[in-house]
Design a protein around this ligand. Structure first.
Ligand code: FAD
Length: 360
């Protein structure tokens, strides 16, 4: 399915997880283990990034295709001891081990598929390569693309349009709609603080901000269904951005991109690169704990939870988590918001470690 429906919501709060392609084969397998556990919590979709400069093109395609076709068995629990469920027939293709039989309660098994969105950038991508990527995911049943211009390749300052390629995300959106019609749900990037190219000495002028917004509307008018925002740490800036988008007639869902702070150096690197404003409150809270990784992560979970609570309280019912391929902080935040239960976090993936996880 296309995710515009899922993210638009049916009244329930929806959340989604972003991952990036790991560098090693072992890293990829670890990522799939982690995804297995995270997908059990029923995100509305998961997405996988396109490496800077197209550096991970083949891997991103492989991971996307595998993600779309993975299936996760998700147990739903009620009092097994008092029911007649026959595990052998409930799970015909799984070995039923003794440890599985020690569940104290089980209701049924839902099979969850992962709605996948692949990021695609224009950097170093002539149109033939773009079409190859789109044809490949289409033939694997993927219906969602995050259409991006991309950053300049490593070592270069400015984005340069490659011969036979596109100059900006708007071109890519237009191309996807012209060539693939309505097949793909298209997402585009939005920048609550304006795109970093528009920011000089820490601020974007009103003119630059408005020009960025007008350009975003052109991406939506060209066929984008959904906007996911760049990370931010000042929730008021995000809420103002949503309001400004609505004022100029952007009506599609705008999904906030939330990046939990996992470690101090990574936080400084990302916010420096994206030119993100850091409220004093956050700087002051981090300063005394910056060398204590565990304390920083705990603060990141607290902060992420508070930000999301405020966003939800303002009528936005979708959250997108930049997981950085880590599960703890993202899951802790959605658990704190009451979107998943603690028992389900502990119980995800019973097949791998049943005796550690379940009460016997
Ligand atoms: P565009 O939408 O094309 O525009 C960038 C800026 O240039 C605009 O904001 C606008 O100010 C200006 N601009 C461009 N064309 C015009 C025009 N015709 N008229 C006026 N102004 C114009 N990068 C990766 O390499 N891989 C990823 O997987 C990836 N995923 C991302 C996911 C999200 C949610 C976000 C927010 C960013 C992601 N990025 C990724 C980073 C992104 O590639 C960079 O921010 C890049 O510099 C801009 O891409 P864009 O699609 O926003 O570009």
């Amino acid at each position: 399915d296309k995710i515009r429906g899922a993210a638009n919501g049916d009244g329930r709060t929806a959340f989604s997880f972003e991952f990036f392609p790991p560098k090693t084969e072992e890293g990829v397998e670890n990522l799939f283990d982690r995804m297995d556990r995270m997908v059990a919590h029923n995100p509305s979709f998961c997405d996988i990034t396109w490496g800077a400069g197209g550096s991970t093109a083949d891997l991103t395609l492989d991971i996307s295709n595998r993600m779309q076709n993975m299936k996760v068995m998700y147990p739903v629990y009620i009092d097994l001891l008092n029911s007649d469920i026959d595990l052998e027939s409930a799970l015909p293709d799984r070995a039923i081990t003794k440890s599985v039989l020690v569940f104290d309660s089980i209701d049924s098994f839902m099979q969850i598929c992962v709605e996948t969105m692949m990021h695609l950038t224009c950097t170093n991508m002539p149109v033939e390569k773009i079409d190859h990527a789109l044809d490949t995911i289409k033939s694997n049943g993927i219906q969602n693309v995050l259409a991006l211009r991309g950053d300049p390749p490593h070592g270069q300052d400015k984005f340069v349009q490659v011969a036979g390629g596109f100059a900006c995300a708007l071109d890519l959106v237009q191309h996807i709609r012209a060539k693939y019609g309505d097949y793909f749900g298209i997402t585009v990037a939005g920048y609550p603080e304006a795109h970093p190219d528009m920011i000089q000495d820490g601020i974007a002028t009103e003119e630059a901000y408005n020009s960025d917004l007008t350009y975003l509307k052109r991406k939506v008018d060209a066929g984008a269904d959904l906007i996911i925002t760049q990370l931010f740490y000042d929730t008021d800036i995000f809420l103002k951005f949503v309001n400004d988008c609505r004022q100029i007639g952007i009506t599609c869902p705008i999904v906030p991109g939330i990046m939990p702070i996992n470690n101090y150096k990574g936080f400084l690197r990302m916010t420096g690169f994206c030119k993100t404003k850091i409220p004093d409150k956050i700087t002051n809270a981090l300063e005394p704990i910056k060398d204590n990784e565990e304390a920083v992560r705990a603060y990141g979970i607290h902060l992420g939870t508070e930000m999301c609570k405020k966003i939800l309280a303002n009528g936005i019912n979708t959250l997108h988590l930049y997981t950085l391929n880590m599960e703890k902080s993202a899951l802790a935040i959605i658990m704190n918001l009451g979107l998943i239960e603690e028992s389900k976090v502990l119980r995800s993936l019973p097949w791998r470690r049943p005796t550690n996880v379940f009460r016997v």
